[in-house]
Design a binder for this molecule. Structure first.
Ligand code: HEC
Length: 136
């Protein structure tokens, strides 16, 4: 009887240490996992932005980007008489969006040329509309 007790106690002791040993191992194995979730996270948020900005550009934004350096507020820092005001342009028969686009494609002295590659027709029209609507 006593032997059995000792044997069963010994077995219980072995099982107990074996189990706690296993627990320790599984805890150690569990630790490396968190980095996986952090590497998974950055992939998600990138998607919504890119296409929208290219097509949603307004005439005002395009004007500021391409023209405002020499024509701030519709003025002309290089040839002061040739502003973008409707009246000043009308003196030189620049009366429509098309007329303004023609000048962008074939400008006078001191102004750089904006060809189709730099400012496509749609954007050029937006700029022309903006100028006619903004500088009286
Ligand atoms: C590097 C400076 C510069 C930039 C940038 C520039 N211009 Fe000009 N622009 C001039 C000059 C100088 C003149 C006068 C040219 C002349 O004597 O015919 C002029 C004249 C004009 C005229 C005729 C104005 C008038 O009263 O006769 C229009 C219209 C015009 N620019 C539109 C634009 C537009 C639109 C942009 C942007 C897409 C632009 N310009 C960018 C310098 C510039």
């Amino acid at each position: 009887m006593q032997r059995r007790l000792v044997v069963t106690l010994a077995i219980l002791a072995l099982v107990a240490t074996g189990v706690t040993g296993c627990k320790k191992k599984s805890e150690e194995q569990a630790q490396p996992q968190p980095p996986q979730s952090t590497t998974a996270a950055p992939a998600a948020p990138a998607t919504p932005q890119p296409a929208a900005s290219a097509t949603a550009t307004t005439g005002e934004q395009l004007f500021k980007q391409h023209c405002a350096a020499c024509h701030p507020n519709g003025g002309n820092t290089i040839t002061p008489a040739k502003t973008l005001s409707k009246k000043a342009m009308a003196d030189r028969n620049i009366k429509s969006t098309d007329d303004i686009v023609k000048i962008m494609r074939n400008p006078g002295p001191g102004m750089n040329k904006f060809d189709e590659g730099m400012i496509p027709k749609d954007d050029a029209n937006k700029i022309g509309d903006y100028i006619l609507a903004t500088f009286p």
